[in-house]
Design a binder for this molecule. Structure first.
Ligand SMILES: Nc1ncnc2c1ncn2[C@@H]1O[C@H](COP(=O)(O)OP(=O)(O)OP(=O)(O)O)[C@@H](O)[C@H]1O
Ligand SMILES: [Mg+2]
Length: 256
């Protein structure tokens, strides 16, 4: 069974950044193998991790449909075909693999295809000790249940009053949609004075969150973004890296 970490939050708050740092810290601390899942149709986790996706799952699904339409070779089930195709779309990096969901392509209803796809992704995810999912803004992907269970859910928000309200709203939505998780971490990102916003501690109690983490606005992160370099190259003494480490340690994922 893999340990699954899902990162969610509204647009532009730092989900992909936190997802990429989580992947690189797991690897740095010897937690392997890791599967990174880019569940945002606007694939970008690959760039932040310094790799390049050639084929998304959206494309794989179309290819599998085309092959199925032409008639498959004897002895290969639809499920097996999809699993083979998904394996082909895996980006294999030095210390982790990555799949990107992309967007659904072509016409037609995908309900059945989606279910088959989920099973295929799940069986691939089972080959990894750790799975890190970078979601698109909102909770749609979690509700589509790319994976059955989430061990650690991170809700990322900006440090404004509205950011806190959005966090509460996302938490409420997760409850309404029956999104289950083992532990919940509130991550308040881009703190200017490195102080948590008013109401964050109360919100933690209200949401019964297990962890509350503040991440400072960080120049090295901005520089990586500007020159397009991988976040995996950030030194372990970078303040944001240290706080991600501390969260993973507190959650018992890595050693303290
Ligand atoms: N702690 C930080 N310090 C400095 N810059 C940051 C920090 N966190 C995120 N950023 C920057 O903020 C921008 C948005 O971050 P990111 O792409 O991770 O957000 P996102 O939530 O994944 O966005 P989207 O909803 O578009 O997927 C990026 O330019 C990123 O480099
Ligand atoms: Mg993103």
């Amino acid at each position: 069974m893999s340990y699954t970490i899902a990162i969610t939050g509204k647009g532009g708050v730092g989900k992909t950044t936190v997802a990429a740092l989580t992947v690189s810290r797991l690897i740095a601390r010897g937690c392997r193998p890791v599967l990174a899942v880019d569940a945002d149709p606007n694939t970008c986790l690959d760039a932040v991790l310094g790799v390049k996706v050639q084929k998304t799952i959206g494309r794989v699904r179309e290819e599998a449909r085309e092959i199925a339409g032409k008639g498959m070779s004897a002895g290969v089930s639809k499920q097996e075909l999809l699993e083979m195709k998904i394996s082909e779309s895996l980006v294999e990096a030095d210390n982790f693999d990555l799949i990107a969901m992309g967007r659904p392509e072509g016409p037609g209803c995908y309900c059945y295809a989606n279910n088959v796809l989920k099973q295929a992704i799940q069986s691939i995810a089972d080959n990894y000790a750790y799975v890190v999912i970078d979601n698109e803004a909102g909770l749609e992907n979690l509700s589509r249940r790319i994976v059955q269970k989430v061990d650690l859910m991170l809700i990322v928000a900006d440090p404004s009053r509205r950011g806190m309200e959005t966090m509460a709203r996302l938490h409420e939505l997760a409850g309404e949609m029956g999104v289950g998780y083992g532990k919940l971490a509130m991550v308040v990102n881009r703190l200017r004075r490195d102080e948590l916003p008013i109401g964050a501690a109360e919100l933690k109690q209200q949401l019964k969150a297990d962890y509350l983490v503040g991440l400072p606005d960080n120049v090295q992160l901005s520089e990586c973004d500007e020159d397009g370099s991988s976040l995996g190259g950030l030194p372990p003494d970078n303040e944001v890296v240290k706080r991600i480490d501390a969260l993973l340690a507190e959650a018992g994922v890595i050693n303290k």
